[in-house]
Design a protein around this ligand. Structure first.
Ligand SMILES: [Zn+2]
Length: 115
């Protein structure tokens, strides 16, 4: 069985893909090779085009980003924040609503970037 990878457009054998039980054919949309690259770039398909409200429990920090992995990486490497146990609180399509939600978290005493 073969599938065309959504990224490189090559027709590859099922063994070239990671499993994904949520998909009809049981394998991911992107081949392993592309997936590795996409993961490194911080691209998370399920969050595509959505604003991600995330939380760093050790820092009591709530932030918003379109690229979670890149941001978390920047917090760790550039800002020297403790990213242990970070998690996505919610994802929101509308930018204004996402901003309001983020601001609400800050009003409730969570740390974060102030506008
Ligand atoms: Zn590919």
């Amino acid at each position: 069985m073969k599938q065309v990878c959504s990224s490189c457009k090559k027709n590859k054998d099922y063994s070239e893909y990671h499993k994904d039980r949520t998909r009809k054919n049981g394998i991911q949309r992107y081949c392993k090779e592309c997936k590795r690259f996409l993961d490194k770039e911080g691209y998370v398909p399920k969050y595509r085009g959505k604003y991600i409200i995330y939380y760093l429990p050790k820092e009591r920090y709530v932030g918003m980003t379109l690229n979670l992995k890149k941001r978390i990486n920047a917090h760790e490497k550039r800002d020297r924040r403790d990213i242990t146990g970070y998690r996505v609180l919610l994802t929101i399509k509308n930018k204004k609503i996402a901003h309001i939600v983020e601001t609400l978290f800050h009003l409730f005493g969570f740390r974060g970037f102030r506008y």
